[in-house]
Write a protein that binds this ligand. Structure first.
Ligand SMILES: [Zn+2]
Length: 579
């Protein structure tokens, strides 16, 4: 008998033999029993998880001479031919190479004819997402009104590329990655059947490499048999897979955790001398960090971590030496160094830097500790009243500058409570009012407009107007000239639609631009922060420096705390807190 590759030899022939897709086989079985079989199925999932195998089993179920049945006989001509892949009524089409509209038109012509021998005409289209748009459109017409004897089974690794119109007409099954435990079991029984000796650890290495694909696992086992013969040793297998011994990865990590730079760089040198691909080493390092993180975070991690008993003991030892926070930060740093290491022409240096940085990170104070110290400071009376130092200072304009002459409105009533200065509304409101007034003046009389631009114009809530100039201003004298003042009043009356009191007085500051005010406000805040005893103590305690000052609203500290407690802070925020 001709040699058949393992993956074909071990292809499941019944639903019972399918591994890891119970949710699919169970539904299909029930549908067949209840004779409620759809006209179109979509099987989606990673490669090698059993999509085509289940499609063939389904075809047998539907066309078996003793069927339709959920348990095909396996011996009738129909079953035998489907197993052999040469059944005249079951068409297996590769969507990748038959993806044109003409291929589908041909299929549509064929669909019309009755099956030649069996109950149904079954079309299994693999990689269906490769069909062109026009091919999908042609297919849609058939799917909309399928002849009763036709069943379509589509398989795809990329269901998102299939148009919704097609998806909505299919009964969809999402295939899962096969758990490594299941792969190990199944490979073990195959090895036994083939009289191949391989350790459980070896099977685990293969399962890890196969990443949920049974077909890949079988192919790797086959390669291992070719490479090692009937006795597959762990070391040989590791060699073949280009796998890096976990022991050496664990040694590097152990040195990082112990903050032993020399041991760490030495271990990495050993990796280099062994000729191990450093980029591969980086990915294994990342995987190992991930495994340690799983051990740290999950109660029953055995299912999620593929490791031999020896390796597991090592991982557990490493896990015990770090906190979860440290681990997360190490992982994040390692993860974000991918570009530096994988694309670098000097991966060794990039890797060394990454490892040393991980060591530094570990040394950094954890956030909880910082927050605890802040709490301690706060309860010792640190933050009480000083907290206002974090709030932006009140706008300065609302308080009249000392020495500003009181401007008595000429005709209007002085507002209650404030003798002298008419109540100046919020800066924003007066800002807009005076800006509009200034613009109006500039438009009517450019000369007067440029003159008042040298002073500051304030429009009171009652419509009174003050034009303030620095003492001795030439522009003030110019404006006070009888004719100009009269003209200004005239224009003000025109602007407000009524006669309003206008005062031209000395003592006003030069009008501040918004930018200028903001700059000044920052300066004041900065002074306050720099002289705040609590801040100084924090800077001293953590031997840090002030990088940036940003205003916080009242309660901002609590907000900040919540932000940090809500989840792991991103490395940027981490860095800032640790400055
Ligand atoms: Zn049969």
């Amino acid at each position: 008998m001709a040699y058949r590759v393992l993956a074909r030899k071990c292809r499941p022939q019944t639903f019972d033999e399918v591994i890891g897709q119970k949710h699919v086989t169970r539904t299909l079985r029930n549908a067949i029993k209840e004779q409620r079989v759809a006209h179109a199925f979509l099987f989606s999932g990673e490669r090698g998880v059993g999509k085509t195998s289940i499609a063939r089993i389904l075809a047998k179920c539907l066309n078996c001479h003793s069927g339709p049945t959920a348990v095909p006989c396996g011996v009738c001509p129909s079953c035998l031919e489907i197993t052999g892949g040469n059944c005249i009524d079951v068409h297996e089409i590769d969507g990748a190479s038959n993806n044109g509209v003409d291929d589908i038109r041909l299929l549509r012509e064929n669909v019309k004819y009755m099956p030649s021998r069996d109950r149904n005409k079954i079309y299994i289209i693999d990689e269906v997402h490769m069909l062109s748009t026009s091919a999908f459109n042609a297919l849609l017409k058939t799917l909309e009104e399928p002849p009763p004897h036709v069943v379509f089974i589509f398989a795809t690794t990329e269901p998102h590329k299939i148009p919704d119109t097609i998806l909505s007409r299919c009964l969809r099954f999402d295939f899962k990655r096969i758990p490594s435990g299941d792969i190990v079991e199944h490979l073990g029984s195959i090895a036994q059947g083939e009289h191949v000796a391989i350790s459980r650890h070896g099977l685990m290495l293969i399962a890890r490499e196969a990443d949920g694909s049974m077909r890949d696992a079988q192919t790797i086992l086959e390669r291992a048999i070719a490479y090692c013969g009937m006795e597959i040793g762990d070391a040989d297998l590791q060699d073949m897979l280009g796998h890096i011994d976990r022991q050496i990865i664990c040694r590097v990590l152990k040195a990082v955790i112990a903050e032993d730079a020399k041991a760490c760089i030495d271990a990495l040198d050993e990796v280099y001398q062994l000729g191990i691909d450093l980029k591969q080493f980086y990915f294994s390092l990342l995987e190992t960090l991930r495994d340690i993180m799983i051990l740290k975070s999950v109660k029953e991690p055995a299912r999620l971590v593929d490791a031999s008993d020896d390796d597991m003991a090592q991982l557990q030892e490493l896990e015990a030496g770090v906190t979860r926070q440290e681990l997360l930060r190490m992982f994040r740093l390692c993860f974000s160094s991918e570009n530096d290491i994988v694309r670098s022409a000097l991966p060794r240096i990039a890797l060394e830097v990454c490892l040393l940085e991980m060591m530094e990170l570990k040394r950094a104070l954890p956030l909880e500790e910082i927050m605890a110290q802040l709490d301690a400071l706060q309860s010792s009376g640190g933050f009480g009243p000083q907290r206002q130092a974090f709030a932006p200072p009140a706008p300065q304009r609302s308080a009249p500058a000392p020495g500003r002459p009181s401007a008595q409105p000429q005709g209007g009533t002085p507002s209650a409570g404030h003798a002298g200065i008419p109540s100046i509304p919020s800066p924003a409101a007066s800002g807009t009012g005076s800006e509009a007034f200034c613009a109006f003046i500039k438009n009517k009389s450019p000369a007067m407009g440029s003159c008042i631009a040298h002073g500051s114009v304030e429009v009171g809530a009652d419509g009174s107007i003050q034009v303030l100039f620095p003492a001795g201003s030439f522009h003030m004298d110019q404006l006070r000239d009888g004719e100009s003042e009269a003209r200004l009043k005239e224009l003000a009356a025109e602007f407000f639609g009524k006669s309003v009191p206008v005062t031209i007085a000395a003592g006003g500051e030069k009008k501040k631009t918004a930018e200028h005010a903001e700059k000044e406000r920052r300066q004041v805040t900065r002074e306050q922060v720099l002289h705040n005893p609590v801040i100084r103590k924090i800077v001293d305690t953590f031997n840090g420096s002030i990088v940036d000052i940003r205003p916080l609203a009242e309660g901002g500290i609590d907000e900040l705390r919540q932000h940090y407690e809500a989840g792991p802070a991103d490395p940027g925020a981490d860095g800032e807190a640790e400055q």
